[in-house]
Design a binder for this molecule. Sequence first.
Ligand code: SF4
Length: 1006
Amino acid sequence: MATERSASVPPRDGDGGLTQTGLLPRIRWLWGLKATRIGCALTVLIGVALLWSGGGALERLSYDVTFPLQTGTPNELVMVYIDAEVKHRLNQPTDQPLDRRFHAQLLDRLRKDGAKLVLYDLLFDQPSADASADEAFAAAMRRHGRVVLVAADFDERQDARANFHVGGIIPPIPVLSDAAAASSLARIDYDPGRVVRKLSAGTESEPSVSWVAASFLGAPIPKQPQRRLQPRWINYYCAPKDLRAVTFDQALSPDGLEQGYFHDKIVVVGRSDDPLDTFQTPHSRFASGLVSSGYDSPGAAIHAMNLVNLLRGDWMTRLGLLPELMIVIVWGVLITTLLMLLRPWPAICAALALGAVFTGASVLLALKTHVWFPWAVPVAAQTPFALVWSVGFESVRRRRLRRAFGLYLSPYMADRIANSDFDLSLGGKEVEATVMFTDLEGFTKMAEPLTPTEVSKILTSYFNLTSRAVLDRDGTVIKYMGDAVMAAWGAPLPDPDHAQRAVLAALAMRRAGETEIEGRRLRTRIGISTGICLAGNLGSDSRFDYTLFGDTTNFASRLEGLNKYLGTEILISDSTRRQLNEGVRLRGVGQFIVAGMSKAVISLKSKPRGALPPLALPGTGPCGSLRNSGWLVLAPSLHYVAGVSYDAPVDALLQKVWDGQRINQAEALQLYHLPLEELGALADRRRELAKTTAYDGHGNKIVTYIVDRNINYTNVCNVYCKFCAFYRTEKDEDAYVISFEEIDKKIGETIALGGTQILMQGGHHPKLTKQWYLDLLSHLKSKFPQINIHGFSPSEFIHFREVFGEPLERIIGDFKAAGLGSIPGGGGEILVDRVRQRISPLKAMSDDWLEVMDVAHRLGLSSSATMMFGHVETIGDRIEHLERLRAQQDKTKGFTAFICWTFQAEHTKLRAPTVGAHEYLRTQALGRIYLDNFPNVQSSWVTQGQEIGQVALKYGANDLGSIMIEENVVSQAGTTFRMSVGDMRRLIKDLGYEPRQRDNWYRLLN
Ligand code: SF4
């Protein structure tokens, strides 16, 4: 058997098990939130705004990032640079242009090598001092034939507003211009920071020098002049510093470069030390420290890149506004929704990963197709914003949840709620949960004499204890109502062990009730039910309460109320019981009809314990509603069962008793050890079954009684029972044999009191003759024909058989003929000979007693059956006694009722501890259950007093017996309870029954 401590629940789940109930439901939930829709809209808006305004730094970043990954140096290009060092090595003044004869030499060298084209990015806007130098240069250009010059008379200007650098449109001096193959505008568009990204093809009126040179070399694009001004971006094959380049003097020296070095090359000649003609490129962004200057680009290199781009047709093209808008819209919605789905850290990781993937894909697209778009807008603007929105939303949501549930949940549960997808919006959903209602027993009465402050202190302490029991077991305190508490498990978060935790919390509350609060012991009554509930937030947008409602909640409340009537502390529904593990033992207390709960009955799916009439409950009030709606199976109070496991066989036995089935002796022994209130409830059920059809169907509303007189015709007895204080010997002074006149007088008094019967028994007088008895009976019958003579116990008849020497049939037959109406069950004691030998060895044995009853019943005389217990017998002996009575009743059906009482020891020779009301009620209840063929059970107020006699009516009895106008036997043993008809009727009425007088055969008299 497990103890309550081991009646545990599995460890708490990690958060992960509770946070997701499926992606689609969560997406649906998210889209139901205003925050998600606003977040998506803002993310999209940011993307669109950045595109619309040009994108600025993000747009430029998107373009730039592609080029550090390019490593292909164009082979068809050679740069020839002139700087101060070159001039110095050529013995030229460094502050003057180079003597143009050197250019003539270079062109001759390039011509001999077979250079494809020579583009001069040098300004020849002034004639040389020595005209022959210009002539020589012009002659060399003519000999070469493929020399392109930038516009001459170069006038450097910079338009700050337009951000462009212009070579003057004034052509070179005529002698050179005429000799060149072509000359045109040197234009470079650049962004802030002099970073050149756009490929310039000139102005509307003038093509750029690179466009002209490409045209001269036969490139396809210049053949479509209408496309010249289309936006193009430079495709930097490599950093400008990595272009193939030589110095001017190196190119001139016959020993500097091998012959044919310039064969089939495009040679671009320019200055590398002119700060006004130096620019930044995308590669410059990634330069740092000492090498940063190496990423600066002479204007000549920019023109060279432009020319090669136009020749190859592989310049960079931007995707276009419409597709770019589509990208930022779709990305904005997707990334916001996705990040809202995730917790902060996963969201950060997802944002980083998706940003990296998007960046990689975009760069790859640019590298492979030369199409770029401002991918940094979604990656570096939209995604961070969506991430911040998501984290912010999650933070706000968690704060709200913690605030909303912090008062009702343990910190652990509040965190779980905050980490879950719990929806704070109004409304509810169906969940399976366990609901608990508690109430303080007698609180109203207790609070009456107290001041509000004192009441408040008591309630605060009590609620602290109660709430701790709930919160420590992961429950939710739903609300406090006066001195009551409503709590739930399984909601708002699912919990597979909700029923188990609720029951353990109830047990903890009960233990807490053993603690004194402000000097008082508070007893908590608890009702628990499990089932489908509608759980959610009820209220307005500004104020709401989380609660559970529905039949399960109602039923838990009813169970709490039912405790009051059953005297239990904790009642749980059958649906709760079925979800408990084996560590908790329960006992069924019965089936009850609960008003308005028919739906709950269906949802509980419990197997009804028979279609039988409802258990009668006293009074009205909260449990006055226990009627007319359906059957429920309840489990009992837990206060005595903690620490043992559920006992299925016992439960089956209870069901068997409930159903009215016959039990055997072993089962009776099991029942005997049930808690008294359970045994009483079962006996009450059997009384209900026995009387269902009695009195025109009113048998369960009526409790009967009889008015009769106990007349002991003699106290002379030669049996000497050890338990008897009544008998006397013939020699005793107070020995007597009653006279006919005395009996007449007693019967007259009885009739005057409304009596209908005399119970006439005596000692076993050795000398009274048969004729004396027959004369007595005849006399009484003739004088009082309305009085039933209920006389002579079986042991007296056994004595008569010995004294008269006649068979029982004749004696009983003659007595009946003389006026005997019925036979009392006196002298039965315990029908086990071993017991009888110890307490009354000279008296009739068990078989004798039963033989008399057998004969009497067969002769048409009914009788009662009795049991006197609580002396030397065992529980098994009592059950054996019941078995013999039941067997006899099966044979002859002559017993009208069963009556039991406890041994009264005073003035007797038999010493035995006195048994009290508890054992009396238990034994009577067992008798009612065992004797399933007895129509009536009489309570014994004579030995137990009025109050216990009344209570016994809830332990199987349906009759309060006689008012006992005179009683001599029990009173001799020290018990002298008295009762009037008025007392008897009041006791019956107080219990909710209708008192009715009866005769010996239980027929109603009024
Ligand atoms: S109980 Fe009856 S039989 Fe026994 S001694 Fe008393 S009077 Fe006699």
